[in-house]
Design a protein around this ligand. Structure first.
Ligand code: HEM
Length: 119
């Protein structure tokens, strides 16, 4: 069974991403970083990306993670905060822990492209 199906397919991923946007906006640790961001566009791109990452039948139309985040100065703590927000969003949508962890493992490999390299 593939991860896309385990997440509930397109509607399941859409619910998780919509809740993730809410969690981010309520998270004072990282919400300031999204002040200038078009959250509607971000939500659409995240839905595409999580579909692709979970082996769903989608195409991702955004830019690569390195290009997008390079100038944002994102620290490791901010990355971890967003991961917690995603866990909360999945939990609120009754995604089982093993399925949550499969998705998080696939996102963890992106961390090196998203956070600034700290000495
Ligand atoms: C696994 C973690 C992450 C994933 C999968 C991810 C994914 C994405 C995607 C798909 C986009 C849209 C790309 C585009 O505009 O073409 C984006 C944009 C953005 N991300 Fe991330 N991101 C992650 C972590 C973070 C973190 C930790 C922060 C800051 C706390 C962050 C801040 C932003 C901002 C501010 C934008 C919008 C940039 C703009 O307005 O042009 N991201 N991200």
């Amino acid at each position: 069974d593939n991860l896309y199906q385990a997440l509930g397919g397109s509607p399941g991923i859409a619910r998780v991403v919509d809740q993730l946007i809410v969690e981010i906006q309520q998270d004072a640790r990282i919400s300031p970083q999204f002040k200038e961001t078009n959250m509607k566009r971000l939500a659409e791109l995240l839905k595409e990306q999580l579909c692709v990452v979970s082996d769903g039948p989608c195409q991702y139309s955004g830019d690569d993670m390195l290009t997008v985040h390079a100038q944002l100065g994102i620290k490791s703590a901010a990355f971890n905060a967003l991961v917690e927000d995603l866990q909360a969003a999945m939990h609120k949508n009754q995604i089982p822990f093993p399925t949550q962890n499969r998705l998080l493992a696939r996102l963890a490999v992106m961390k090196k492209d998203i956070v600034v390299s700290a000495p």
